[in-house]
Ligand binder design. Sequence first.
Ligand code: HSE
Length: 431
Amino acid sequence: MKKITLGLVGFGTVGSGVVKFLQDRRSFIRDRFGIDFFLKSICDRSIDKKINKTIEKCSLTTQWEELVKDPMIDVIVELIGGVNPAKEIVVNALRKKKHVVTANKELIASLGQKLFEEAHQNGRNIYYESSVMAGVPIIRTLTEGIVGNRVKGLYGIINGTCNYILTEMTDKGYSFEHALADAKNYGYAESDPTLDINGMDATYKLAILVNLAMGKFISVKDIHTEGIAHIAHDDIEHAESLGLNIKLLAIAKQHGQEIEARVHPTLIPKDHPLAIIDGVDNAIFVETDPLGDIFLAGQGAGKMSAASGVISDLLNIAVNEGSDARSNLANLAHDTADLRMRMIDDIMTKFYIRIMAIDKPGVLSQITGILGQHEIGINSFTQKAHNRASTVPVIMLTEPAPEKKVRLALEQLHKLPVVKSKPVAIRMENP
Ligand code: HSE
């Protein structure tokens, strides 16, 4: 029996899930792999309040340095999130010749390249399956399963909290606030849920995916990011009537030597496999060559899902002992320096546009006139109600148009005296 000694930093939702998973599956892991994971120490800020003291032979501390210094510990499992002090913990653990497992997308997205180099220099490795889509194995799919294929594009629902909120708003008519409160209760949301809602959580994850799929380390600053807070119930309903669903999508495409990467609410046809991914589930649609399209889906947030990814990393470390960071394809992705980022202004997409305009003759021609001036073609045009005393929603679907032109047109539309609130624009994709 091979014994691997673990130190766990962070005993929140995921940390407690890892402990449960290790306890529940201990005999299976021993019988099947001949590996015994021994959890020697747990570090958490509020150790006394949270930890059930019955965890067998496990010492508890609030000082992560104690775990990193402990010569008996082989692997540090970092589950606190955020860059600081996670970076210090990971770097120090590697320097003390420990492997690292982390679910920290912000850390890997921002500092992955440096950390992999540090791991290589110390003959150790970093595994991070749970950083994207939790236990749904997208990291291993990209780095092992489909490695060797060219990834032309990927479209992912990679934030469980936003997908849960949009689903609850769509199916149950819940308010945004009600759905968010539920997502927090279920342990899907980040400790700071604004990172989910404003799209940043998905952006960190997309940066990691682009690195693995397209071989380019990109900064999160290069990813155009919009969250879901401005999505109104009306837009969900209008979209439905047009045969479309709204999802927060993380999108990356490669066009020759250019890559585009963006996160924003997106309208997709209701019959697309991504459109039926509901609740906390995540999914990703990857266009590859020569394999073709692949689709991966499952629970992408929550205690046991994230724990599953961590356990898979731990087993990989145990089985691949002795392989350093550079022998791991995930960490080998050298930056393909000649790939450039295509900035959002130059990206072409179709748009759904909703304008709240006064219901009187001549208004529609003013609206279409402005779109025409900016060479934005209109695919369909619907006025949703008639009420001469008030404003009515005017819904348009455009032809593909460059982002910059659409933005200028929207600014001009907003200034029209007959337009009574900021126009809403949601991009459309048909992966
Ligand atoms: N807050 C994240 C989500 C957790 O909702 O997807 C998993 O990374």
